[in-house]
Design a protein around this ligand. Structure first.
Ligand SMILES: [Cu+2]
Length: 192
């Protein structure tokens, strides 16, 4: 995945959709850690129904929250493994923040497919999908508007590299700083 200027794009969510997908496994689990006052990974992709753990690997307490409609929740001041896991039962983009550290920003993308990956620093992602299937491949990125996405149709196995270029420049906010105009941040500040 490359950005509008052709540079490799990390933290892009690549998801492949097919009607042939089996039902979601209710035992699916994933981890969104907190290390060095950052969410790690910065972008986590999961399938609908996944239980996500939020361990705190720092020696300070964090207070994780989201106001996103897909999954509003709050894990009040905690350390270590104290926080209960959170199930993400609806598809959508869930923006994460920390009540204590304003610069902490993370994302959970909840997807209605078992085939997805997040691009690495080189912009690469590899998806393992059933051979012979036809897939609609979508690419999303947290620093692009939610309605901005690249789509293409691919038949697996796909020989060679598929390069997907995002159509717009990224929002100017540098990761991990939360953009000042972020309505979720505004809402949080008003409530605080
Ligand atoms: Cu924190």
């Amino acid at each position: 995945v490359v950005d509008a200027g052709g540079a490799p794009l990390a933290d892009a969510v690549v998801a492949a959709y097919s009607a042939a997908a089996a039902a979601a496994d209710p035992r699916a689990e994933a981890v969104m850690d907190q290390q060095g006052k950052q969410f790690r990974p910065h972008v986590l992709a999961v399938r609908v129904g996944t239980l996500v753990h939020f361990p705190n690997s720092d020696q300070i307490r964090h207070h994780v929250y989201s106001f996103s409609p897909a999954r509003p929740f709050e894990l009040k001041l905690y350390e270590g493994l104290e926080a209960p896991p959170v199930r993400f039962a609806r598809p959508g983009k869930v923006v994460l923040g920390c009540n204590i550290h304003d610069q902490m920003l993370g994302y959970v993308y909840v997807l209605e497919t078992p085939w997805f990956a997040v691009t690495d620093a080189a912009g690469d992602a590899t998806l393992k999908a059933p051979s012979g299937g036809a897939f609609d491949v979508h690419v999303l990125h947290p620093r692009l508007a939610d309605e901005t996405r690249v789509s293409t149709r691919v038949t697996a196995p796909h020989a060679g590299l598929l390069t997907l270029r995002m159509p717009e420049s990224l929002a100017p906010a540098s990761v991990p700083a939360a953009p000042a105009e972020d309505p979720l941040q505004d809402l949080f500040r008003r409530r605080r």
